[in-house]
Write a protein that binds this ligand. Sequence first.
Ligand SMILES: Cc1cc2nc3c(=O)[nH]c(=O)nc-3n(C[C@H](O)[C@H](O)[C@H](O)COP(=O)(O)OP(=O)(O)OC[C@H]3O[C@@H](n4cnc5c(N)ncnc54)[C@H](O)[C@@H]3O)c2cc1C
Length: 374
Amino acid sequence: MAAVQKVGIVGAGAAGLTGGILLADAGVEVEILEKASEPQTLGSGITLQGNALRILRDLDVWDQVQAKGYAFSTLGLRAPDPAGTVIAVLEDIRTGGDDLPATLGMYRPDLTAILRERAEKAGARIRYGQTVTGIDDDGGSVTVRTADGGSSGFDLLIGADGLHSAVRRAIGIDVEPKPTGMGIWRAFVERPEDVVRTDLTYGGPCFIAGYCPTGPDTIYAYLVEKAQERRPVDGPRVMAELAAAYGGPWNQIRATLDHGAHINYTWFTSHVVEGPWNRGRAVIIGDAAHSCPPTVAQGAAMALEDAAVLAELLLSADHLTETLWKEFADRRLDRATAVVQASVQLGQWLLDGVRDANVPGLMNSLSTMLKEPA
Ligand SMILES: Cc1cc2nc3c(=O)[nH]c(=O)nc-3n(C[C@H](O)[C@H](O)[C@H](O)COP(=O)(O)OP(=O)(O)OC[C@H]3O[C@@H](n4cnc5c(N)ncnc54)[C@H](O)[C@@H]3O)c2cc1C
């Protein structure tokens, strides 16, 4: 028998849905509380590395993910010149194993929809419009309070409620994400024919100019700058100005920015909750427990891995014990911390203008670690 029979999950993002699928598949009663009033249909793209794809294959959704997304296994580096000169094309390490591509880009709402349908098929109940405001843990069960005055009781509460986690605060963990000094513009636009992988340009007006194909017809393009106050409404103009220095596919991307492209701006953050991620019968996972700038595109991968490891431990134990929580911390903390530190380091080198940084060395050692299953 599993350590829990009835689990509440706060947040229907990558972490919450993954945990919900695995627990519901094993017969655990799962209720997912999500503050959004309905599933998100607008968003940007996401870059999923092999270790994220490995979890998605374990969830039995790889065929759908592959059909919606755009897979590739090389990384292009371009010069910040008017021709967008290709300097190098590097073979990426396949962190999910050699039978999966190194990387797959997709539209975020498509990924969420695939996971949501799979969770519902597994028997998880997803309740939208439920903002969790507090929890009470009496040692034998945990009760969740929502903004509409409702409450529900569970054997375990999983806080998969992202960066500004209400569960993290409710259980007395006072770590909060801190800005790293960079901001990113992202636009979801048509795919220029010659965009067949992620290409990155370091330097020019931005720290990084890049794009990732998200399907046969779409890409998301991004520009990373020093963090500043920006208005999303200025997105098409500002992105076009910043991108003016970049050539190659950027010529076509620039031209599509003011054709109703979905554009957003956000700051990079980082944090790691040290030590065990639970307090009593509540535990945090994913961005609630750690966040990093997307410089190595591993945030969602870590969220998926957290959920998969937690579900595995809950399903193989008879009770919630300190041993279980220690094992969870042992398997997740160092790995997630290494990802956060490498992601922050890559950004810091750019902020500091370090020109001889050992980026390949850092990427290689991180990828070698991530190739080992979580
Ligand atoms: C600019 C940017 C680009 C990124 N690009 C990548 C990338 O390319 N690849 C990658 O792997 N990672 C990327 N990441 C990181 C990635 O987005 C996150 O790590 C991942 O989404 C975390 O998933 P999660 O399920 O933990 O949290 P979220 O996806 O944030 O989900 C949390 C859910 O909880 C809900 N919620 C919040 N509060 C409450 C509440 N009180 N009650 C009920 N529900 C609540 C939210 O509405 C949300 O649906 C990027 C991050 C940023 C900022």
